[in-house]
Design a protein around this ligand. Structure first.
Ligand code: SF4
Length: 703
């Protein structure tokens, strides 16, 4: 099979294969350009960083060349996404279309993280034991799901009932018998991997991609080509992945898995009682008591260690951060003790393992028990090593900090300041072809900020391109900024936002999404507007007030008149086309919080390199974030709407033009008091234009 640009172009052309496979398919030059650029890199090798605006159709744009090249080279292509929504779109919508187009010989598979799949061995063990009354609903749920699901991918459903019970039966490398497992041929995880190894295109998420790196590339099928979509999230996922964290919840969870009523030690005891003569039992019981003693010691040390953290954090209002390591603070010595005690637990589990092994001929299912003990010891080794890493805080390329969450829980964390070296070493150097794509990675048309942050400059010089949107933003959207609005750093800002929203919805009662950068302000505005707007017939929905992100989105979509107030997670991934969303309010320019330890460490590192942290880091970050927020409004060619940016710095500050020049439509400044009237008038004109165009079209059709 030979592959050239014209073949790919033909697939996308009017009357081509895609137009026959997709209802309402519209051939777009932007999509063809995108697909051709992807094809070049997949065939020639090398890297491509490409921004493709909303409406280009980038998923089909990279899937078509991917399928064609993987068939030609007989080598799989990995497509990695950040969100579940996009994964589902690729698997359930886009790939079935391509399966029809490419016919037999093409196959695709989705692979999730191992913990999403049920472990049949553990499941059988659970069923063989006495199922407690409290566990019954969980068992019933899994049983009924198993009769419907052939994939064993049950984490989401099962975790909604009990996360800790799901963890007891989820597939886990530390407790897997692998080929020796009696369920190996039916094992869901092994089947999913087998299917992936035979597929042309394998859909994964960024997190699994980095887990594969951590497992010496044993999770994913052998590959030399990756397409990373939603690439603006790759750095964040990589930073988390290469980071380390110890917190009370993690330690409690390990302790619970070991010593709780249904934990490992209890099941060892139960088996001994049934199968071993008393004299042999005594020896093993003593080993169990040793482990329990070490766990008690750990509980004492952990409590002491975490109780010392508030003094390091200083007076805070229930949450905050403090960096440690280097010449700043040090963690209390109790953390070193914690690491040692965790290491003792691991040693004692290894001794217990030997004792059980010595008696294994008397225990019918000793294999299961041994693998559980060995797996548990392995997890304690990792926990000990992580705490030691945090206690030493000796790696200059890492930032270390104490984090107090809203609920009062403390965490001790570390992550690499930059991931670019790790990306080069662990990801790029192993690849023949790499495509990084997103709708928002450029700043004023340039991708240099992104390529620098990803470590793509120098050794792995990529081709770069920005493919414009097919949307006519000048006609579809109006972008308004109240130039004389209150400065967002002043206390009067939130009340002024509330007042303006009430006036705006009175004048232009459209479905409205308001994006905040901080939850405190969201809550303040919510309290100000909810009563008057509800009286006016609006449903007022607030993140953290009325439900989860998906519940809020569903309620907003279903409501006739509604306003939705959201923070960080609403700035991307929300798709509300048409009249489901017509007004978008961006409350503040989304600069990172300067107190964030990662932001601080990156700013310091840039300053040390002679760069300017504000222009080289904070500003481009905020521009990309603003563009993501902006992208919530216009999702289709037929969408119309208003974007209102309430932060007047975008027209008043010297750096404002960076934001303005990165938006796809020109900003129209106006006086704050005129804003509601202006927006209302724009919707009136837009409707008149639409009606006019509609009647011209119908006249043409009739004619
Ligand atoms: S092979 Fe491993 S994951 Fe699969 S059922 Fe057996 S123990 Fe569980």
């Amino acid at each position: 099979m030979c592959l050239d640009q014209s073949e790919i172009t033909d697939i996308f052309a009017p009357g081509g294969k895609l137009s026959r496979g997709i209802v309402d398919y519209e051939s777009r030059p932007q999509q063809i350009e995108f697909a051709q650029r992807v094809l070049d890199v997949l065939t020639d090798g090398g890297g491509l960083v490409i921004e493709a605006a909303t409406g280009v159709g980038k998923s089909i744009g990279y899937l078509v060349p991917s399928v064609a090249v993987s068939l030609l080279r007989e080598s799989p292509i990995i497509v990695s996404t950040n969100t579940k929504n996009l994964q589902e779109q690729l698997i359930n919508k886009d790939l079935p279309v391509l399966a029809k187009i490419f016919g037999r010989g093409f196959s695709a598979a989705a692979l999730k993280g191992r913990g999403n799949y049920l472990c049949l061995r553990k499941w059988q063990l659970l069923l063989e034991g006495k199922v407690e009354e409290a566990t019954r609903p969980f068992v019933d749920l899994i049983s009924s799901q198993l009769s419907r699901s052939s994939s064993g991918d049950l984490a989401e459903t099962a975790s909604s009932l009990s996360h800790s019970l799901w963890e007891q039966v989820a597939s886990d490398p530390t407790t897997c018998l692998s080929v020796a497992c009696p369920h190996a041929t039916k094992c869901y995880w092994r089947k999913a991997r087998r299917k992936a190894s035979q597929a042309n295109v394998v859909i994964v998420n960024h997190s699994l991609l980095f887990s594969d790196v951590g497992c010496e590339r044993t999770l994913l099928p052998e590959h030399d080509t990756i397409i990373m979509d939603e690439a603006h999230n790759v750095e964040r996922v990589a930073t988390e992945h290469f980071g380390v964290e110890a917190n009370g919840a993690r330690i409690r969870k390990e302790i619970e898995r070991l010593v709780a009523a249904g934990g490992l030690l209890a099941s060892v005891r139960k088996k001994l009682r049934r199968r071993l003569p008393k004299v042999r039992r005594l020896g093993i019981s003593a080993r169990i008591q040793d482990v329990e003693g070490a766990v008690e010691e750990l509980l004492r040390v952990t409590e002491r260690a975490f109780s010392r953290l508030p003094e390091l954090l200083g007076e805070r209002d229930g949450y905050g951060t403090a960096r440690f390591g280097g010449e700043t603070l040090s963690l209390p010595g109790e953390f070193e003790e914690m690491s040692h005690v965790c290491s003792s637990v691991e040693d004692l589990l290894t001794v217990l393992l030997s004792s059980v092994k010595e008696n294994s001929e008397l225990l019918s299912d000793a294999e299961d028990l041994l693998i559980e003990i060995a797996g548990t010891a392995e997890r304690w080794r990792t926990l000990s090593a992580d705490i030691e890493f945090l206690w030493e805080a000796s790696r200059p390329e890492f930032v270390y900090w104490i984090d107090q969450r809203q609920g009062g829980e403390f965490a001790v964390k570390a992550c690499p300041v930059w991931v670019r070296d790790k990306m080069r070493e662990h990801v790029f150097s192993h690849l023949r072809s790499l495509v990084l794509t997103s709708a928002t990675i450029a700043v004023a048309g340039s991708l240099s900020h992104f390529t620098f942050r990803m470590g793509l400059e120098g050794a792995y010089e990529p081709r770069c391109a920005v493919v414009d949107s097919p949307f006519d933003y000048s006609r579809q959207v109006t972008v308004v900024v109240p130039r004389d609005f209150v400065d967002p750093r002043r206390a009067e800002f939130a009340p002024a936002v509330g007042q303006l929203l009430i006036s705006l919805l009175d004048a232009a009662p459209r479905k409205t999404l308001v994006l905040f950068t901080a939850y405190d302000m969201l809550r303040e505005v919510y309290d100000l507007i909810s009563e008057p707007l509800e009286r006016g017939g609006f449903e007022v929905l607030g993140q953290g007030v009325n439900g989860s992100r998906s519940e809020l989105t569903d309620s907003f979509r279903a409501a006739r008149r509604a306003i939705l107030l959201g923070t960080s997670s609403f700035w991307e991934g929300i798709d509300l086309p048409g009249e489901a969303l017509e007004q978008l309010i961006l409350v503040r320019l989304p600069f990172s919080v300067p107190e964030d330890p990662i932001v601080q460490a990156r700013s310091e590192a840039l300053a040390a390199e002679g760069k300017e942290p504000f222009t080289d880091y904070l500003l481009p970050e905020a521009v990309i974030r603003l563009r993501q927020g902006f992208g919530r409004l216009i999702r289709r060619k037929t969408d119309r709407g208003a974007v209102i940016i309430l932060d007047p710095r975008i027209v008043r500050a010297s750096y404002g033009s960076f934001f303005a020049n990165s938006l796809p439509a020109a900003i129209r400044p106006c006086a704050a008091r005129e804003l509601p009237k202006k927006i209302s008038a724009w919707f009136g004109e837009a409707a008149t234009m639409r009606d006019g165009m509609g009647s011209r079209t119908s006249r043409r059709k009739r004619g």
